[in-house]
Structures are given as C-alpha cells and as structure tokens.
Design a protein around this ligand. Structure first.
Ligand SMILES: NC(=O)c1ccc[n+]([C@@H]2O[C@H](COP(=O)([O-])OP(=O)(O)OC[C@H]3O[C@@H](n4cnc5c(N)ncnc54)[C@H](OP(=O)(O)O)[C@@H]3O)[C@@H](O)[C@H]2O)c1
Length: 332
C-alpha cells in the first residue's frame, strides 16, 4: 500500500481543546472504546499547537476552539462546542459554508440558568436586595405593603423558548404566572404558555407583561432585539431579566428605562460587553441585580458536557443524528 492509500483509510483524529486535568482516564477510555484507532489530542491550546500535518488529520473537534483555528482544520466533519450559544457564527459566516456539523451544549446548564432568572425575579419582587442592605446596617427597615408585589397572577413574557425559556415557561406556569412567549417558530408547542408569537409580535406583547425575560441567542437577527422602542413598550413598573446573550439588548436604552423609573428593576447576567465596563450606569443602580455571566456555573457542568460529547461521538460513529445540532445559517 502506498503512503497516500494508507492515509486514506486511517480514521480521522479527535481534538479536544479543553483542560486535560478535567478529563478522567475513564472518559478517555470511553472515547477509545466508542471511536477506536483514532489519535486523541487534548489540551487547552490543542487547537493552536501541533504541526500542519496533525491539524490536517483532525476530523472531530470539541471544547473551546477559536473560529479561525476551526476553519483551519481541512478535514473537520464535526465540532462539539463546550458552551450553549454559537454567537461566534455572526462574525464568522464562512463557517456556515463549510461542511462540518456543529453541536452545542444547550440544555446542560438550562436548569441553573432558570434558577438564576427566578432568583432575580423573586428577589426583586420581594425587595430582598433592599432587605440585605438594611440588614448589613442593622436597620429594621419595613417598607409599606404597596412597595411589594405578588407574583402569582402576573404576566411573564419569555423571549426565546429553547432549553432555558421553555423550562422557565413551565415553572412560571407552576407559580401561577400567565406566561406569554416569543420565539422564531411560534407554531412549535410551548407547554406552560398561554400565547406565543414570532419575533414580529414582540412589541405587541410587551405591554401585557409585568416580567420580561430574554433567553435569546445572539444571531444575525437578534442584535438589540430589545431596543429602545421595546423598553418604551414595556409596562411601567415592569421587571426585565436577561440571561441569554447581552448583545440582544440595547443596554443604553435599558439603563435609560431604569434611570427614568419606567422599569422597576432588572436582573442581568449577560452584557453587551463583558466584563461590563466600570463606567456602566448599571453598576450603581439599586434596582438592578448584576451577576458576571455566572448563570451557567455549577460543579457538574464539565462532566455533563463530556457525557453529551460521548453520546454524540457514539451517534457520529454510528451515522445517527447528533443531539443539539445547530443550524449554522440560522445561528442557533
Ligand atoms: N447566562 C448564561 O450563562 C447562559 C447559559 C446558557 C445559555 N445562554 C445563552 O442563552 C441562549 C439560549 O439558550 P438555549 O439553550 O435556551 O438555546 P436554544 O435551545 O437554542 O433556544 C433558542 C431560542 O431562541 C429562539 N430564537 C432564535 N432566534 C430568534 C428570534 N430571531 N426571535 C425570537 N426567538 C428566537 C428560538 O426559537 P425557536 O425555538 O422557535 O426556534 C429558541 O426558542 C443561548 O444562545 C446562550 O447564548 C446563557
């Protein structure tokens, strides 16, 4: 057999751009068992290191691979990213033209992101940040009942009804909220919701909502989806929560709507620029709870993502449909 022929039958290599310390020997054994005979390269800089020849052999990639490094892998057939949002596609339209499957980690952290969103909503409604400030000063501060609100019976609008939004909608319904939704394909079922519209229905639905939650991905279509006009349409005294992607929100317009008192409060985990610039007005607002994009953090995240990768590897080898497949044109 000549050199060319022997290379043609060699199974492609696997590259995992992740911290090797986070990978167990059992997990590596499982990769070898599912996809035998493949070279496996693991390392945080595995997408940058190695020779051109090594890169040319990579058929499967996982982890955090920089877009330009990804596009420099000529034999790539599948990339499992270790995170949910594929907003990098907005700045890398070439990826959609390349013939590789892209899968995300959507759903892995949906439960904790929803818990985070509920945390903001409950805390803002029950004035817990104010209670905590007073507690630190040892002040028995008891605002009048009209400064509080009962969430049950109120209306929550959830924008984006994917892994995060659909879970929030179901839990919201269980809290006796009336749940409205906005999604790209409003014809899909959405348990827990009373009514769901498409992106063009956002402005019409906003005035009905006491709580508005963005669980939207950042795509070519969603930049500043929550515009100045959207904030103007929100009910006076409404609460805005953002746990999807920051670039979906016009942050200056949000800050203005909060400063004017039009919105009563906000819970924000994601921002247009991260870290949030120190001069952002949002930092100093008492009616805002900010968290530095930690909504997806929990101890089992890497293990669960590896389990998803292993399941998808098994499917890939068997020629079965992959879970969490992203439509690269659509961007999510
Ligand atoms: N805060 C964090 O740490 C954290 C953690 C995980 C994820 N995220 C972010 O949250 C986003 C959502 O996560 P997910 O796992 O729920 O994603 P997902 O399952 O892909 O769901 C995305 C949802 O957005 C909707 N959508 C897409 N384009 C839209 C548009 N133009 N107008 C209205 N709706 C649109 C989709 O509608 P259809 O269902 O009708 O297609 C879908 O319901 C991710 O993209 C990620 O960026 C943040």
């Amino acid at each position: 057999m000549d050199d060319h022929a022997s290379r043609a039958v060699e199974p492609g290599a696997i590259l995992l751009a992740i911290d090797p310390a986070a990978v167990t020997s059992d997990q590596i054994a499982r990769i070898e068992e599912i996809a035998p005979g493949r070279e496996i390269r693991i390392g945080l800089d595995a997408d940058r290191s190695g020779s051109d020849e090594q890169r040319a052999r990579i058929e499967i990639a996982g982890g955090w691979v920089a877009p330009d490094h990804l596009l420099a892998l000529p034999a790539l057939r599948w990339y499992q990213q270790w995170y949910a949002g594929a907003e990098w596609l907005v700045d890398c339209p070439e990826a959609a033209l390349r013939d590789f499957a892209l899968t995300s980690a959507s759903g892995i952290s949906a439960a904790v992101v929803v818990e985070q969103a509920l945390g903001y909503i409950l805390a803002l409604h029950r004035r817990l940040p104010q209670a905590w400030s007073a507690q630190r000063e040892r002040v028995w501060h008891k605002p009048p009942p009209e400064r509080f609100a009962e969430l049950a019976g109120k209306t929550m609008l959830v924008a984006g009804l994917g892994a995060i939004g659909s879970r929030l909608a179901r839990i919201g319904a269980a809290l006796d909220l009336r749940v409205l939704g906005v999604r790209r394909r409003p014809e899909l079922p959405a348990p827990g919701t009373e009514r769901v519209g498409g992106p063009g229905d956002l402005l019409a639905l906003l005035p009905e909502a006491d709580v508005v939650v963005s669980a939207m991905p950042y795509t070519r279509e969603t930049r500043r989806f929550f515009s100045a006009e959207a904030f103007a349409r929100m009910k006076p005294g409404a609460i805005f929560v953002s746990v999807g992607r920051g670039k979906v929100v016009d942050e200056d317009a949000l800050a203005a709507a909060l400063a004017s008192g039009h919105l009563a409060g906000a819970g924000l985990d994601v921002f247009e620029r991260e870290p949030l610039p120190v001069d952002s007005a949002l930092w100093a607002m008492d009616q805002v709870i900010l968290t530095p994009h930690w909504g997806a953090a929990f101890p089992g995240r890497l293990e669960r993502t590896m389990a998803l990768f292993l399941d998808n590897l098994r499917r890939y080898v068997a020629g079965q449909p992959l879970r969490n497949l992203i439509d690269k044109q659509r961007g999510y």
